[in-house]
Design a protein around this ligand. Sequence first.
Ligand SMILES: *[C@@H]1O[C@H](CO)[C@@H](O)[C@H](O)[C@H]1NC(C)=O
Ligand SMILES: *[C@@H]1O[C@H](CO)[C@@H](O)[C@H](O)[C@H]1NC(C)=O
Ligand SMILES: *[C@@H]1O[C@H](CO)[C@@H](O)[C@H](O)[C@H]1NC(C)=O
Ligand SMILES: *[C@@H]1O[C@H](CO)[C@@H](O)[C@H](O)[C@H]1NC(C)=O
Ligand SMILES: *[C@@H]1O[C@H](CO)[C@@H](O)[C@H](O)[C@H]1NC(C)=O
Ligand SMILES: *[C@@H]1O[C@H](CO)[C@@H](O)[C@H](O)[C@H]1NC(C)=O
Ligand SMILES: *[C@@H]1O[C@H](CO)[C@@H](O)[C@H](O)[C@H]1NC(C)=O
Ligand SMILES: [Zn+2]
Length: 714
Amino acid sequence: MTTKLERILIISLIAIIILVPLICILIIFMLAEAESEICMNTECMRTSVQILDSLDYSVDPCDDFYMFVCGNYLRTNFIPEDKTEIDSFAKIEDLLSHKLRILLEEPVHKHDIKPFKFIKTHYKICLDPEQDNTDTLKYLLRQLGGWPVLEGENWNARKFDWRNLAHKLRKAGLHSEIFLVINAEIMLSNSTQRILEVDEPVILYKEYLKKGLDDKITISMYKLLVDVAVLLGANRSKAEREMNDVIKFLVELAQISVPPEEKRASSSLINVMTINDVELIFPIVRWSSYINNQLLGVTKVNENSTINVLYPKHLKRLNALIIHNDERTIANFMFAIVIFNEIQYLNQPLRDRLNEFLKVADGNTQNTPKWKDCVDDVANRLPLVAGALYVRNFFKKEAKKNMQDLVKEILQQFKRELSNVQWMEENSKKRAESKANAINTFIGYPDELLNDKELSTYYADLGDPPDNYLLLDLKLTNFSVKAHYKFLTQPVNKTDWRKQHSPIDVNAFYESSSNSMHFPAGILQDNFFGYGRPNFVNYGGIGFLIGHEITHGFDDEGRLFDENGNLVDWWSDSTRDAFLENAQCIVEQYDNITVPEVDIKINGGNSQGENIADNGGIKQAYLAYKNWLSVNGRDMSLPGLSNYTNLQMFWVSTANSWCSKMRPEKLKYMLLSDEHAPMYYRINVPFANSEYFAEDFKCPLGSKMNPITKCKVW
Ligand SMILES: *[C@@H]1O[C@H](CO)[C@@H](O)[C@H](O)[C@H]1NC(C)=O
Ligand SMILES: *[C@@H]1O[C@H](CO)[C@@H](O)[C@H](O)[C@H]1NC(C)=O
Ligand SMILES: *[C@@H]1O[C@H](CO)[C@@H](O)[C@H](O)[C@H]1NC(C)=O
Ligand SMILES: *[C@@H]1O[C@H](CO)[C@@H](O)[C@H](O)[C@H]1NC(C)=O
Ligand SMILES: *[C@@H]1O[C@H](CO)[C@@H](O)[C@H](O)[C@H]1NC(C)=O
Ligand SMILES: *[C@@H]1O[C@H](CO)[C@@H](O)[C@H](O)[C@H]1NC(C)=O
Ligand SMILES: *[C@@H]1O[C@H](CO)[C@@H](O)[C@H](O)[C@H]1NC(C)=O
Ligand SMILES: [Zn+2]
């Protein structure tokens, strides 16, 4: 007889004897299930080879993840002589240029619509080495009063008035925005309206010019000015003297320009006043007639019209600068800028001279091939037409649907994280959520680009391309100036196809005035987006960019705008203070970095928007991928890389798309002028700020990639 207790024991024993192996078998079976399938298609092979060729196994991922992923890439890749950098973006741009070249070199077909005929002809004219349009230019300059350095004593200062010249330049289709830029922009305070804005002029290599007359690039620019004057027929010793005044003036103009940090403070950029008031405060020009002249009759302003003066202090400084210089210097300067803008349309000797200067400034040792310059010129001047030609021939439509799903997932991830944010007060959280919900996303290209009629109608005023390359450029400027101001006469349409980014941009954008994200066809390929490969590649590629753009809506600038794109403060005091404190951590973290190759510091203040976006973006993409994994169980793995987990591969493949090599000249100017940190820091800093990264690579606390102090905004 067995006791009750014994019976229970025996039954338990039998149960254990049977169950334990069963559980073991089950666990083994599940483990086998979890083992990823190795993807062997060509897409995966290609991705795998690219990653394996770049990796440097001798670097500890916890010490320097970028060098772990990119070490071999840096060691084995050269920057071609005609280029200033290599990376995934540049690689795609190259592929794109080749595709466009093929399309542009096809003969003009009878059935081609006019805009396509236009760009094919434009391309052909650009390629023509025989074009010499210096006589046309000289004729135009004479008509406008003449470039003093060419005219010598015949030049008449009494007949010169810079406002008058700006008007004549505009009418001729030449560059006229030398001192004042008048743009038709969406109002910061009310995104349903457009307003004319007075902006400061764009100055090439401004950050070098600011340093003064001793700067190496400033000196090169001076020599360029002298040589251009001589090539156009000036006496060298005279050119040296007069261009010396010009470069001094240019340096001063650069030095009074608006510092980048003042451009970030959006509310200070609202200085809306009637033209009457502007004339009283800034008598630098007669504003109503000056603006009307720039508008080319597209629309008119009067004394009661309101405009926005973006930088009132700059206008005061500009006024003083112009008053303190004589007419001859100002005229020499203005024409020099005009000519600089047209050099590429003149002749080969002048283009060669310009290229010599650019090599000094950018560090490349050879010129870009002529066909490439011509593809770029066509793409820059008529981006939507070149884009239409491209997407009609090369863009796969399925991409749109897949991107929409990915954007939705990452937005959802952003909102999930929002609910976990500790420093945000409930009400501000709600506003942030409705802003995220209201983000409008543009993927690939607008459908109108496939519509012959839309394109032909919009470009009808462009007419036919002239044979003379210079006149062709003037015609294009004339067209685009008028097209720009025409928007002032129409209600704001935030989805207007004519205002979209070019589909051949290899980039992504967030726009605060329309609370919208843009992912042009150009970026939806290669490393960033594709099919038939593990999901971590897309999440780390385009997914990271989606997260980055979403976060721009909530960075130091984007956060100032509401869900409708209006500059409206929707933050409670305590939440705003907490944001500023978190952002300051990021500012100081990047401010603390000196880039050793060029011994220049990152500007933490000016780059904070991009850095906040990088740090938030990588987190959202990662968590969205993790979520995808938890729903789908497992991802594929890549051949030769199957000893890394899917989550580890997310980080590896993300960093791989940012492997980059840049000439020091380019790196230097980037640090002085670009809002983005160099690629190395765009990977290592956000990864080191992520506890998820540290967890996935088991980086000990206190290691370089898992520092004790981390910064986090989103
Ligand atoms: C600008 O376009 C108008 C037609 O809209 C034309 O009358 C004028 O001559 C053009 N100017 C130039 C420089 O092409
Ligand atoms: C923006 O302007 C429109 C049209 O004038 C007006 O109806 C609307 O109330 C304004 N919105 C804001 C936020 O001021
Ligand atoms: C340039 O002008 C100076 C006088 O200003 C004159 O002496 C010189 O001969 C001129 N040079 C040439 C090449 O014409
Ligand atoms: C500007 O407004 C004033 C006052 O309302 C008016 O007298 C004047 O006629 C207006 N000027 C124009 C050009 O409309
Ligand atoms: C706004 O632009 C979109 C895209 O170009 C177009 O489909 C729509 O009709 C436009 N809306 C208005 C009111 O014109
Ligand atoms: C800046 O760098 C120094 C030295 O490496 C370090 O001690 C300090 O904590 C850093 N500050 C921030 C904000 O990262
Ligand atoms: C994966 O394999 C490579 C090559 O055999 C090796 O160098 C690397 O350390 C391995 N990584 C892990 C996480 O096992
Ligand atoms: Zn950005």
